[in-house]
Write a new protein. Structure first.
Length: 394
């Protein structure tokens, strides 16, 4: 593919199309007038004589603009506007209210979700000017969304293409390290270890980027089932303990209200920590949070605490289990804490990664109807807290 061809595939189409306008009014003469004015300008017009008919037409027609009378029987223009804005299946559609009311009704309509208004009796030139203005807004938003979709498609294809050679390289380096192709000297082993770490780090970044894309594009399918959070924590602790030991850090874990790590006699307590979730995704969150604590702590300890389910508020019917990962690292500045869970937001620490790990963790936790937060003091360490609902999700 040539560079020009590659670039052109990411530019929104500029082929002109006929704008579709839905006019809604309970008065026949007003509809005829609107149809005549707009048809003369080359717009494709659809008509509705009441709010219910308009709502039935909006989804199949997906008009580029709606001209909506305020005063109609059964359902007024304000309620029609609110229902259109609540329909998540619809793209953004500008709504121009047509009203003969005073200023307060205009404010009410704009608060309901309308974009503009015009008073009756309206001037034809003013009506057309407002129509053109709202259609320009619509086209601008549509083009921006098309560019976002194309960018996400590009990221998806790129990460897939990058992942294949990285996986192949990782397997080949492993075979060389195992001396499948012949003896390996001590100096070569050190070089291989560096190459493998670099390759695995890059592969982890690519995998994280791919997972972020899947969540943002809505392609991520989660498999929910009962999951013992305590057992999952134990697995991750066992996997990451060597990293903590290499740095001389203490990696501890407690269950419930400060109770020391059980030795097989806390079955009743473990049952309180059954959450409904995707085990692989929850494991990803734990690995990221505990791994970060080890990464950013140079001395001291990391303490993982799983606390008994509690009700967060009187209005909350479902109890929440709380997980805390506390470290004795350098801490996180206040300004960084505010953006820590946003996409591509890195901390100021030189060891900060791509800025995607915590963002992905937040997306996963929120997909499980939970919350994730951080508290930190410079020089005192950081504590990340995850709250997840116990039992079936609502």
């Amino acid at each position: 593919m040539s560079e020009a061809t590659a670039r052109s595939s990411f530019i929104p189409s500029t082929v002109p199309s006929i704008d579709r306008v839905l006019a809604v009014d309970d008065t026949e003469d007003n509809l005829v007038l609107l149809e005549t004015i707009l048809a003369d300008e080359g717009y494709e017009i659809s008509l509705a004589r009441d709010g219910l008919t308009a709502l039935a037409l909006v989804e199949p027609l997906t008009p580029d603009l709606i001209l909506l009378d305020v005063m109609m029987p059964e359902m007024d223009g304000y309620e029609v506007t609110r229902r259109i804005r609540k329909n998540l299946k619809l793209p953004y559609i500008p709504i121009l209210l047509i009203t003969a009311h005073d200023q307060s009704s205009v404010v009410y309509g704009l608060d309901a979700g309308a974009d503009d208004f015009i008073r009756k009796p309206f001037d034809t030139d003013e009506l057309l000017a407002r129509v053109r203005s709202l259609l320009r807004l619509k086209h601008s938003i549509d083009e921006r969304e098309a560019m976002v979709r194309q960018r996400e498609d590009f990221v998806s294809r790129l990460t897939h293409d990058l992942r294949t050679p990285l996986v192949a390289a990782d397997r080949m380096l492993t075979l060389v390290q195992q001396e499948i192709f012949g003896p390996v000297s001590a100096e070569m082993r050190e070089t291989l270890a560096v190459l493998m770490r670099s390759n695995q780090n890059l592969l982890q970044i690519v995998n994280t980027l791919l997972e972020v894309y899947r969540y943002e594009s809505g392609y991520k399918a989660l498999t929910f089932s009962p999951c013992n959070l305590w057992e999952l924590i134990q697995e991750v602790i066992q996997e990451l303990s060597p990293l903590a030991q290499e740095k001389g850090l203490t990696l501890g874990v407690t269950l419930q209200s400060g109770t020391e790590t059980p030795k097989g006699n806390n079955k009743g307590q473990e049952q309180n920590n059954i959450v409904t979730g995707d085990r692989l995704e929850l494991r990803r969150v734990l690995t990221n949070l505990i791994g970060n604590a080890i990464k950013f702590t140079d001395r001291g300890q990391i303490q993982v605490r799983l606390m008994a389910p509690i009700r967060q508020a009187a209005s909350t019917s479902q109890p929440m289990v709380t997980l805390e990962i506390a470290d004795t690292g350098a801490g996180i500045p206040k300004e960084d804490q505010e953006i820590l869970f946003e996409r591509f937001r890195q901390g100021k620490d030189r060891r900060s990664g791509s800025g995607l790990g915590l963002y992905l963790s937040r997306r996963i936790v929120e997909a499980h109807q939970g919350t994730i937060s951080v508290t930190s003091e410079l020089g005192q360490g950081s504590t990340f807290k995850v709250c997840l609902p116990v039992g079936p999700l609502g």
